[in-house]
Design a protein around this ligand. Structure first.
Ligand code: HEM
Length: 264
């Protein structure tokens, strides 16, 4: 004989579903959109999108590719941090160890390197796509500006990461690169404004070799121990945090600007 109580019992799967998603298992469009709104992960995607924005040929998926390369760089970068030591006596040897003795070390390092190169190329192509489709126009001007800063962050990540292997290529590339900072307008010791920035009536420059943009970048006047530590912090903490915050704002703006622009 059937137990009348068991008939009114809510199945365990439904109880579990509702405790996580707060909504019944969706059957109608309204229930599906309600589930999306109330779920942290699902609400990242819009409930409704224009048909055009789903056409892969419009965006070429370049923005999402940039995001995934950034995520790969974060994951592989954190794993590399377990082995790497930012000191002039150890950095190069640690890099060689990664290539020769650490299990999957060379795979990890190459994944990080190739994703970094890929990200520079893909972010640039994404910028070209946005430009060529006119997606930078009203109301997306601000997101274009955020995008330009994201491109600069991507380039800065590549630049600061370049020093970390501490081989000859790295040291001399950063020596050349940081020398360019000398010519930064206003804050570069060798720049066009340095002469203008003399204390009136004296030969004493307001900006001198010891306090210009290059000095700030290298934490000294040459590429040495201080520069390596500074580049390590800029590469592993400062730039990824700025990048993550800007990417979050970039995505939030896409939603607030009415989704991805569509072809006319
Ligand atoms: C880390 C770098 C970046 C990431 C992860 C990223 C990600 C994305 C994603 C996922 C989209 C959605 C559409 C698509 O896939 O094309 C998008 C749209 C957009 N991005 Fe980026 N982006 C980055 C850099 C840039 C740059 C460098 C620019 C321009 C200077 C830019 C400007 C825009 C604009 C204006 C849109 C809206 C496009 C539209 O509505 O058609 N982004 N971005």
């Amino acid at each position: 004989m059937k137990n009348p109580e068991s008939e009114t019992k809510i199945p365990l799967t439904r109880v579990m579903w509702q405790s996580i998603f707060r909504n019944p298992i969706p059957e109608t469009d309204l229930e599906r959109s309600s589930t999306s709104f109330t779920n942290f992960f699902l609400h990242l995607h819009p409930v409704k999108v224009h048909k055009n924005t789903l056409r892969p040929a419009y965006t070429l998926g370049l923005g999402l590719m940039s995001l995934f390369l950034f995520l790969i760089l974060i994951v592989t970068g954190v794993l590399l941090m377990f082995y790497y030591v930012p000191s002039t006596t150890q950095a190069y040897d640690r890099m060689l160890d990664l290539r020769g003795t650490v299990a999957f070390g060379i795979f990890l390092r190459n994944m990080h390197r190739w994703s970094a190169h890929g990200m520079v190329a893909i972010v640039f192509l994404h910028l070209c796509r946005v430009f060529l489709t006119g997606a930078y126009k009203k109301p997306r001007e601000f997101n274009w500006v955020i995008g330009v800063v994201l491109l600069l962050v991507t380039l800065f990540l590549s630049f600061t990461g370049y020093l970390l292997p501490w081989d000859q290529l790295a040291i001399w590339a950063i020596t050349v690169g940081s020398n360019m900072a000398k010519a930064t307008p206003l804050v570069g010791a060798g720049g066009p404004f340095a002469k203008v920035m003399m204390f009136p009536g004296t030969d004493v420059p307001m900006i001198h070799a010891g306090s210009d943009a290059r000095f700030f970048l290298l934490a000294g006047t040459f590429v040495g121990e201080n520069a390596l530590l500074r580049f390590y912090v800029l590469h592993c903490v400062f730039s990824p945090v700025i990048g993550t915050v800007l990417i979050a704002i970039h995505f939030w703006r896409i939603r607030k600007d009415g989704g991805i622009s569509g072809p006319l």
